[in-house]
Design a protein around this ligand. Structure first.
Ligand code: ZN
Length: 195
């Protein structure tokens, strides 16, 4: 998910990156855009919890911050595995960093309709109904099971990112009319070489 305040705080991301020197060594992945089949197929369960996975997680955080996002799923960097990183504080609070490996929603409650976007569908947004409260069960980076509860933006991020791991994009939650409109515009952009 992209950060909502993209335009209001242009200086926020470079400042954060400069404050964390280890980030300069990280690999910044290109974000895969809508149209790539990797975004629309279910991702594979992760069974190996090793240093390589830890590295990938840190690279994904760096890539997400570089793209000014609050959530990034592995398929969005072309890796079809069930891994997502989330930070709804957008790098402002290190304790807000959440890593979900093989996550599943085990409880959802309420409904909130809010505008949503996606780093893989830049420039397009739409209103999506999501649960108000969401409980997720997942593995941490070491392979231990844990549960985490999120509400509003965090709950929305959980739903959005777990959707990615199931090959589902927010477009699928829009009305057919709105979805077709966005698809047509993207098709046009692609034809013009701008997608
Ligand atoms: Zn997304």
């Amino acid at each position: 998910m992209p950060n909502k305040s993209t335009t209001s705080e242009p200086g926020a991301v470079p400042t954060e990156a400069a404050a964390a020197p280890e980030m300069s060594a990280r690999k910044i992945y290109d974000i895969v855009k809508y149209g790539d089949p990797v975004l629309e197929k279910p991702a594979a369960t992760i069974r190996k919890f090793d240093a390589e996975l830890e590295q990938l997680v840190e690279d994904m955080f760096a890539s997400m911050y570089a793209a000014n996002g609050v959530g990034l799923a592995a398929p969005q960097i072309g890796k079809s595995i069930r891994l997502t990183v989330i930070d709804v504080s957008n790098g402002k609070n290190t304790e807000a960093k959440i890593v979900l490996v093989n996550p599943e929603i085990i409880h959802a409650e309420g409904e909130v309709r809010e505008e949503e976007g996606c780093l893989s569908i830049p420039g397009f947004r739409g209103y999506v109904v999501r649960p108000q409260f969401v409980t997720v069960r997942a593995h941490n980076i070491k392979g231990e099971t844990f549960e985490i509860r999120g509400e509003y933006l965090l709950g929305r991020a959980f739903c959005h990112e777990i959707d990615h791991l199931n090959g589902v994009l927010f477009l699928q939650h829009l009305s057919m009319l709105k979805r077709d409109l966005i698809r047509r515009k993207i098709k046009k952009l692609r034809k013009e070489g701008e997608w």
